[in-house]
Write a protein that binds this ligand. Structure first.
Ligand SMILES: Cc1ncc(COP(=O)(O)O)c(C=O)c1O
Length: 407
């Protein structure tokens, strides 16, 4: 079974608008295009339901029901209970709130393991807890490959470690970390686990329940949805951590770590991401299946398409003397998020690529710790080329052709 690119692209208005014709989009790790299901729900909410939700009049009831639908359907896709999923303004704000909760929960001398492979969102807020007497231990990448070795984590674990934070996939290294294995190591040492899934989730939603972490975070604006952060907090940990919301909301797990009033329209529109997964499933596979099974099947379709397109791009860049490919050369072990360290600033090369109809970005992508851990010159940063399942082989060929001209 192969992904039907025409069907996929028909779900995204961006591929039909004249303004974007001929532009090959390779900055998806920064934020994806939005599927029509989400746009339609947002439009309907703003035009028909933009009232305070959960009141007895019809518009309000519909608004509240759509917000609940978004949470229950996304939770089911992720293989967790409905109240184990909450929405916040962004992943960065979600980790910030979680770090406040851990600051109250932990005792001085207890430890948190962080990596230098993460985006700043899943490392900076935890590192700040050092000021409160928490022992912060750094799990470091291999300086050549950017790989995070689970054996190095084992050396950091002891009975004082209460939390291990790491990315499912770094937004510059691209390697997919073995979440199940790492989680098992941390759990065996008595620690909770917080996984930043932001760079992985655009390539397929995962069954968080089976993967096993206590916290799993991602950002809907990179998974074809609106600008929201989604956060799974498993029940045991969520009940132990002190409530960060209004006191009277403390009994509702999904309200405990979202102190701000939610963006009603965007929360409701998140149901459109589940609509999109269902549409892909029905078009390609069909038949009865649980939401988590549908999510897994669509994940596998997306990944197979991406891997097939990624291989020629990796081949094209890995043989060049002037280019340092960050992360694995094998498409199977990585997301299609390809960072290249060059002899000039990544941003300059991105600007040159834009003249050839390629949209890409340059810089450190808030993963400066990972890049400096691999000796990348921070004044140059990297050029990042990132795509998803809606990208076509023709666009990858256009990119490779443009790279031939500018590198
Ligand atoms: C890997 C990773 N984690 C976290 C974030 C932060 O997400 P947000 O913008 O929702 O705060 C990003 C954003 O680019 C990211 O790439």
């Amino acid at each position: 079974m192969r992904l039907d690119s025409d069907f996929v692209r028909a779900q995204f208005p961006a591929f039909q608008v004249p303004a974007l014709q001929g532009q090959a989009f390779f900055e998806n790790a920064g934020g994806s295009y939005t599927c029509k299901h989400v746009i339609d729900r947002l439009t309907r909410f703003y035009t028909e339901r933009k009232v305070q939700p959960y009141a007895p009049y019809v518009a309000s009831t519909l608004a509240g029901e759509e917000m609940d639908e978004a949470r229950s359907r996304m939770a089911a896709l992720l293989g967790v209970e409905t109240d184990e999923l909450s929405f916040g303004p962004s992943t960065t704000q979600n980790t910030y709130v979680l770090a406040q909760a851990f600051a109250e929960f932990l005792q001085p001398g207890e430890a948190i393991v962080v990596t230098n492979q993460d985006h700043e969102a899943n490392t900076g807020p935890w590192r700040r807890l050092a000021k409160r007497g928490i022992d912060i231990r750094e799990w470091r990448v291999d300086p050549v490959t950017g790989h995070l070795d689970p054996e190095d984590l084992e050396a950091l674990l002891d009975e004082n470690v209460r939390l291990v934070c790491f990315p499912h996939c770094s937004n510059v290294v691209g390697e997919i970390n073995p979440v199940i294995e790492i989680t098992a190591l941390a759990h065996a040492a008595g620690a909770f686990v917080c996984v930043d899934g932001v760079s992985y989730a655009p390539h397929g939603f995962v069954d968080v329940g089976s993967l096993g972490p206590d916290i799993y975070l991602f950002s809907a604006y990179k998974t074809y949805g609106p600008h929201q952060g989604l956060m799974v907090i498993r029940r045991v940990l969520g009940g132990l951590l002190p409530n960060q919301g209004h006191e009277f909301n403390g009994d509702a797990l999904y309200k405990r770590f979202t102190p701000a009033g939610p963006d009603h329209a965007q929360v409701a529109a998140c149901a459109g991401m589940a609509d999109y997964i269902d549409a892909l499933f029905d078009h390609h596979i069909g038949g009865p299946a649980s939401p988590a099974e549908r999510g897994r099947a669509v994940h596998d379709l997306m990944r197979a398409h991406e891997e097939a397109l990624l291989a020629p791009l990796l081949d094209a860049v890995s043989g060049r003397n002037s280019v340092r490919l960050i992360g694995p050369t094998d498409a199977a072990g990585r997301a299609p998020t390809v960072a290249l360290a060059l002899e000039r600033p990544g941003e300059d090369v991105a600007a040159e690529l834009s003249r050839h109809g390629v949209m890409a970005g340059g810089g450190d992508f808030y993963a400066g710790r990972a890049l400096s851990g691999m000796g990348v010159d921070d004044s140059l940063g990297v050029l990042r080329l990132s795509f998803t399942h809606y990208t076509t082989a023709e666009e990858v060929a256009q990119l490779i052709d443009a790279l031939d001209k500018v590198l």
